[in-house]
Ligand binder design. Sequence first.
Ligand SMILES: Nc1ncnc2c1ncn2[C@@H]1O[C@H](COP(=O)(O)OP(=O)(O)OP(=O)(O)O)[C@@H](O)[C@H]1O
Length: 569
Amino acid sequence: MTTNQVFQTVLNGKLPPIDDSVKAKKYRIDKDDMFHGFALARYNLLNLFLPEDEEAQVGDSRRRKMIVELQKPRFTKTSLISRYSFDENKFNGDQLSAFDKCLKAQDYALILGMPGTGKTTVIASLIKEMVLNGNTVLLSSYTHSAVDNIVEKLIDLIPDLSLLRVGSSNSISAKVKKYTLYSEDTIHKMETKEDFDRVFVDTQIIATTCMGIKEIPYANRERFDYCIIDEASQVSMPFCLGPLAFADKFILVGDHYQLPPLIINPEARAGGLDMSLFKILSDAHPESVVELTHQYRMCADVMLLSNTLIYDGRLKCGSDKVANQVLRIPHSQQLETFTMMEHIPNDLQWMNTVFEETNRVIFLNHDNLPANEVVNGEKVDNPIEAELIIQIVNALTKCGGVDPTSIGVMSFYRAQLRHFYRQTFAHIVEILTADQYQGRDKDCIIISLVRSNDTNNAGDLLKEWRRVNVAMTRAKSKLIILGSKKLMSTVPQFEGFMKLIQKKNWIYDLPPGSDKVYENLVDTLSTTQATQKTQRLQKSPNRFKLKPSSQAVQQKMLSKNVIDHAMGN
Ligand SMILES: Nc1ncnc2c1ncn2[C@@H]1O[C@H](COP(=O)(O)OP(=O)(O)OP(=O)(O)O)[C@@H](O)[C@H]1O
């Protein structure tokens, strides 16, 4: 070690004064996260099999019996917590059973929470009960956002929350930042190393991702009463083991009908690395599982897709309000004005189908356009399908007055999403892959299926039914899917889905030329001066060339009369 290094430490206030005469030399320390990650996974596995050594703090024979030998989990007859502080009327029967199961667990319990069934709500309330009764909790999850969702709920639920959020501060949400060690307004005031140690020992709840567990100093904090892992069906087993080793009892929350751990190596997948601990334990001991089946996200039509594809009718709407919700389009009449001004014939007015509030699920089939995919090496996109989606987003937001933050655009293909990043709405409308949408929702979701080709090649991504399930369960009140009916009808995984949407009459065949109909919708509407509109009409009176006898022409004449009348011509 040289003498001219300057160290900044977390122990503010105890720094020796910096000697200005010594020229500081800057060092860059690179941390290889990947290596760190795999080293951690290997350690977690190794720890399960090492002989128990208390002094060296290694070995975990208790977990080995549960996880490797699949020992039956034990449950007490009565709840381990005597005093419930929550209002039972605020929870449904499944959720109350989940509390009951978790609080009777002596080893572990599993919560299978279908989409939007209140997993986050249940975890937060469960933690509240645990800490109010003097227990300590290690809260973990696969992603930072899932950890923060729960912590944000805890902040609202528990006054004087004793919580330490461990992790890099730029991945942590603004509301949660003050629970980290290093934020300016941290609740954890530290002057000395003893203070630092005490934060880890005295705080009732420590929250971090499964990877972030490496930041918890082992010597300082060995035991928690409970470890709770959210998104447990997405975490591969070696990473899941990390947090579990710290606690006497654990609770895993997940849904193995949604995406499993992402394992790219085919050999590792064949060896079972994509099988989460959640799935292994729930298959081995179904009695340890409690299912949350009442969902508060999707309207009944959207839910029906998922029930048909995956859940076999087990998913239910939490209330009539949820079941009957619609996407409100406050200025829908503006679309009518536009179609009149542009003389759009009735049979080309496909946006009306999108705007119809009671159309909660719509499959816009573009076989008649056609809208063919473009393959470029590994990348696949569909420019015409993208153009249609851009028009839908603009129509809903700029014409219909729908809040752009309530809309999400999703595709299975990253190359397709690039078309949307360039749009003015890109910074407000959420544009994500199906995988990134797991755990999120929007009032209106528009899915770009992309694939459309002569050989009906659907690619591999659409064949993963758990990914399709995630995609179909993100919308609350309107789900718009764009794709090729011809191609989708050949995909075995979509057979039930296609049959259902056909039976329900949810397929709309876009007519040829559909992509040109609304392409200047935004320009036209942004021209607010009625006179300007009149000039435009005079310059190009007939955008759509039709025979003089056609019904549409009669309507055009009629609409022109209406506009003329309205403008006092
Ligand atoms: N018993 C209940 N009664 C009414 N609303 C509820 C109930 N439980 C949960 N909710 C509401 O349902 C919505 C979804 O809850 P939450 O976010 O906890 O679900 P989740 O299962 O974590 O969702 P995800 O599938 O995104 O992980 C929230 O708005 C929540 O307030």
